[in-house]
Design a protein around this ligand. Structure first.
Ligand code: ZN
Ligand code: FE
Length: 242
């Protein structure tokens, strides 16, 4: 069985789409559907045909392409059970601890409430990849729109326990702003100082700063490094007001 291939592309103003493909089975999943046209362009760039959409949460910039893509490709749409009433066109829904098969691999569903109450993340243990939606970002985390700080801290703590080598894809390119903020919290974190310089270089060249990894986030992400929910809440509030 072929290894899964992962193809990331920018879309909308600061979103990322990712396609996941298995050359032997021919299956191709779009992680979220931020923009049907951008997903179709990526499919044609790779010569892949869409068979699945894996939806992390109900926000429009992750779901607005679902209807067009489904009508065109008759793909199978998987999403969070807890947001089934908010997302149209779901074929199958999952909750925390569930698993399903895609492209010859088992995909583990991790619920990460906080940004939205029903957010789910998709962990591919064999490929050592996780899709964190708007929960964990490079050097950041999602704004807490529907949950509370305790909930988001618990969600981030679950992701922090994944194997360190796990590659992290997320929904947005917010890394430069996150780096600027992070340096106000941990100005003496040398790994963060080095990474912030790398990020500035990448962005000045118009290049993505993603994917990242659990190991790198554990070293440099001030939200993951908060240590407890109270300190996390303080940092999250500071970022909201930055
Ligand atoms: Zn969102
Ligand atoms: Fe988003």
């Amino acid at each position: 069985m072929a290894d899964l291939e992962f193809y990331q592309f920018p879309c909308l103003s600061d979103n990322y789409g990712v396609l996941v493909h298995n050359a032997d089975t021919g299956e191709t999943a779009s992680i979220d559907a931020p923009d049907a046209d951008a997903v179709e362009q990526a499919l044609s760039d790779k010569g892949w045909k869409l068979t699945h959409i894996l939806v992390t949460h109900h926000h429009w910039d992750h779901t607005q392409g679902i209807a067009d893509l489904k009508s065109k490709y008759a793909c199978h749409v998987i999403g969070p059970k807890a947001e089934a009433s908010k997302i149209k066109d779901l074929d199958e829904t999952f909750s925390d601890g569930d698993a399903f098969e895609f492209g010859g691999e088992t995909v583990e569903v991790i619920s990460t409430p906080g940004h939205t109450l029903g957010m789910i993340n998709f962990h591919f243990p064999k490929s050592c990849v996780v899709f964190t939606g708007d929960t964990l970002f490079a050097l950041g985390c999602g704004r807490i729109f529907e949950g509370d700080a305790n909930m988001m801290w618990d969600s981030l703590s679950k992701l922090a326990k994944l194997p360190k080598g796990t590659i992290v894809y997320c929904g947005h390119e917010y890394t430069q702003a996150n780096a600027d903020f992070s340096l106000t919290i941990e100005p003496d974190n040398q790994a963060l100082v080095v990474r912030a310089k790398e990020i500035a270089t990448l962005r000045s060249q118009g290049k993505p700063t993603l994917p990242t990894s659990i190991a790198l986030e554990l070293e440099t992400n001030v939200f993951l490094r908060a240590g407890n929910a109270t300190e996390f809440a303080r940092i999250r509030t500071a970022k909201d007001n930055a």
